[in-house]
Design a binder for this molecule. Structure first.
Ligand code: EPZ
Length: 447
């Protein structure tokens, strides 16, 4: 089992380049199913485990996928003749559900495993299924699979109860080849959705975000060629901004879309971090000697992103006071608290509130990643920890969403390495232990 070992207390210096967005690449790769051209091309695709998974999924449908090591991806979906997304792939990545809309749009059929549980919450897909039914699909559930068919899909008015990112993406794709016009109200506003819309429109679709939360899709007969450069990853950018803040660093973050990180920039500035724009796509981030404690409340875009909550909790753990972090999107997204506590953080959880008393410093030790953003939070805490080393196990979570993180951090002066200690038995590395622990924490509510 691989681990990451960090010697903390080193201020980061230098430049880091942000990769393409995981959460834009996933729906756009899924959308290739709808294009007729046999040579769809994507650029700036991040080299991540989740991208490997969705490529495997397309190949399991008998699409042809070729990639190069410089972020190019060539996809031919004209060979698709299988419409099943199997459990063993979907269970490793919930975003596999994003093939549902494209398969229904193009082939009027799909059989997609229900994603099953996830560390951060139940994450149902009921909004996706209700909306697809509104477009005329017939949806049944059998043996843990969604069985979807449609004689034809017809435009409809869809109102999401709460803005769902992949729900909005699935319906945009399903409606793209439907008959007539679809209006999505209370649509999610995340920029990754607008990158999907851009990619689809450049390939012949007719989609407009007519108001911040309203998207209108006029169905077209066909899509010709998908050719798109994936937008920069705003959550990766935010993570490196916090890396500089937490180590009193001074770094340049390049290839950033400044319009996508305003809520992160605002919150870090409030905490005393100096952020200057130095070009249309790069910023300088200087961490202060003292980090101010600031309250954080997660919400859909354009407000503070839930995907940055764990990273900010690591920063608040070394701040100079008390703050409240409120997680409003997922019901169990505090799995990193127990591990941050092992590093000396003073955090109390009550329902979806975490009260963080900044201790000014953390001390290195062994910790275990539990989900993607929690693993990033532990790396950040390790970078800030003085004395001893921090070792982080189960780093396959990190590899799902961060491209070459050790390399990028080493380039900024961090002392960080990946070791393989599969010969040692990691008694902690036990799903049941984690599950029972997380179940206890949910059951207890107040700790
Ligand atoms: C997307 O997940 C992202 N994943 C998540 O990023 C991100 O945290 C999340 O949006 C919120 O911003 C991808 O884009 C691949 P939602 P998604 O549907 O679409 C509830 C990461 O770290 N809901 O917007 O699954 C749901 O339970 C990942 O990169 C329903 O109840 O999230 C949640 O409480 C983690 N029924 C809320 O809505 C539904 O049918 C928002 O979820 C759908 C959602």
């Amino acid at each position: 089992m691989e681990k990451i070992i960090i010697e903390g207390g080193i201020p980061l210096r230098g430049e880091v380049s942000i990769s393409g967005s995981k959460n834009a690449a996933l729906p756009i790769i899924a959308s290739s199913i709808m294009f007729d051209d046999s040579n769809n091309e994507l650029y700036n695709v991040p080299n991540l485990q989740d991208i490997v998974t969705i490529k495997k999924l397309l190949i399991s449908l008998n699409a042809e996928v070729k990639d190069s090591d410089d972020g190019k991806l060539f996809i031919n979906t004209s060979t698709i003749n299988n419409f099943d997304a199997p459990y063993d792939l979907v269970k490793t990545m919930r975003a596999s559900v994003l093939v549902l809309g494209p398969l229904l749009a193009k082939y009027k059929r799909a059989r997609v495993s229900l994603p099953g549980g996830c560390a951060i919450g139940a994450r149902p897909i009921d909004f996706h299924l209700q909306a697809l039914r509104a477009l005329g699909a017939s949806i049944t559930m059998e043996h843990g699979y969604v069985e979807a068919t449609a004689g034809k899909l017809k435009g409809a008015e869809i109102i999401f109860p709460i803005p769902s990112v992949t729900g909005t993406e699935n319906i945009i794709m399903a409606a793209t080849l439907a008959e007539g016009t679809t209006i999505i109200k209370n649509a999610a506003r995340e920029p990754e959705i607008d990158d999907l819309i851009l990619a689809l429109c450049n390939g012949g679709a007719n989609i407009k975000r007519v108001m911040p939360s309203v998207i209108v899709i006029k169905g077209v007969k066909k899509l010709n060629k998908l050719s798109h450069y994936i937008v920069s990853d705003r959550i990766e950018a935010g993570t490196y901004m916090v890396a500089s803040a937490i180590t009193q660093g001074d770094i340049i973050v390049k290839n950033v879309d400044l319009n996508h990180i305003s809520s992160i920039t605002d919150k870090l500035t409030e905490a005393g971090v100096k952020i200057n724009v130095i070009s249309p796509s790069s910023i300088r981030v200087k961490g202060p000697k003292i980090i101010k404690s600031v309250d954080i409340s997660t919400a859909p875009f354009p407000y503070f992103p839930t995907d940055m909550q764990a990273q900010m909790m690591a920063l608040m753990s070394i701040a100079n006071g008390l703050c409240v972090i409120t997680e409003n999107i997922f019901e169990n997204r505090f799995m990193h608290v127990a591990e941050l506590r092992r590093l000396g953080a003073d955090i109390k959880v009550c329902g979806n509130f975490a009260i963080v008393k900044g201790t000014g410093a953390l001390l290195g030790t062994d910790v275990m990643a539990t989900d993607l953003r929690a693993s990033a939070s532990l790396v950040l805490a390790g970078l800030a920890s003085s004395k001893d080393y921090t070792s982080i196990s189960r780093i396959y979570h990190l590899d799902r969403g961060y491209e070459a993180m050790e390399k990028k951090l080493s380039g900024l002066g961090a002392i960080i390495s990946r070791v393989d200690d599969s010969n040692k038995t990691d008694y902690n590395d036990n799903e049941d232990y984690l599950t029972s622990q997380s179940m206890q924490s949910i059951a207890s509510g107040i700790k």
